[in-house]
Design a protein around this ligand. Structure first.
Ligand code: 6GU
Length: 242
């Protein structure tokens, strides 16, 4: 997958892309990322990227020309490429949206600025708008990193064969079960007996039940959307009554 990111703050992307699974994925050519400075697409002496809002009001608005020109210079002539504006007004990001984006060979992300982006960018340039949650960031950069990280770890080969992203919380629609490692007793606190039993069927049942209990306690609304079997639904109902 190839990802282009348009931003006013390219330096912000230095460290996330040079560490961890990202660095490995880039080195193994599973993904490539190009960061473009929107300011490089201005033509005036002062490299102006924003201007006062028509009609008045506080804050500055990102001008349309540099953003259109940046996208036009990197976008291939043909093919459906998602051109995504990161903005608090976008659709709420989720694992499902990440999965959908991971199926494309290319993505173009535009980091907006909280105060605003000229509406013509929305109307005539982008074809998707994403927000990462109901809170305010000064710009779309951190949101773009969240989206890119979530998408990249879904690409084949990125995590290696030993871990499947399909087991993660939110993929099955449930939160993950509790995990333990050695020592078996720490400060008098013991690891649940069943995990030491070596009985794989029992362990699997316990984990599944814990995932359901945890989801019910912390994020009950997720259970309404989760794909549960009849047996699991009965367990949920039993737990709700107790
Ligand atoms: Cl995508 N941008 C900004 N500025 N704030 C946000 C956001 C995006 N998502 C949540 N808050």
């Amino acid at each position: 997958m190839h990802i282009d990111i348009l931003t006013l703050f390219p330096q912000m992307f230095d460290s996330p892309f040079s560490t961890g699974i990202f660095k490995r994925a880039i080195e193994r050519k599973l993904v490539s990322v190009n960061i473009h400075n929107i300011r490089d697409y201005t033509h005036d002496k002062h490299h102006t990227v924003d201007d006062y809002p028509y009609g008045g009001g506080a804050g500055m608005v990102l001008k349309p020309e540099p953003i259109f020109e940046a996208v036009e210079s990197i976008k291939p002539e043909s093919g459906e490429v998602p051109i995504i504006l990161l903005t608090p007004q976008g659709r709420l990001f989720s694992q499902q949206i990440a999965l959908e984006l991971s199926k494309h060979g290319r993505l173009i992300l535009i980091c907006g600025r909280y105060e605003g982006v000229d509406e013509r960018v929305r109307s005539y340039l982008v074809n998707d708008e994403i927000s990462i949650g109901d809170y305010v960031l000064s710009g779309g950069e951190l949101a773009a990193m969240v989206v890119v990280e979530t998408v990249v770890r879904l690409l084949p080969g990125v995590l290696g064969s030993e871990v499947s992203p399909l087991d993660d919380s939110h993929v099955a629609g449930l939160l993950e079960y509790p995990q333990y490692t050695r020592p078996a007793v720490y400060r008098g606190w013991s690891v649940p007996e069943v995990l030491l039993s070596g009985n794989h069927a029992q362990i699997s049942n316990w984990r599944h039940e814990q995932a359901i209990i945890r989801t019910l306690e912390r994020r009950p609304e997720l259970l309404d959307k989760a794909n549960l079997s009849e047996e699991e639904r009965q367990l949920v109902n039993k737990l709700k009554q107790s």
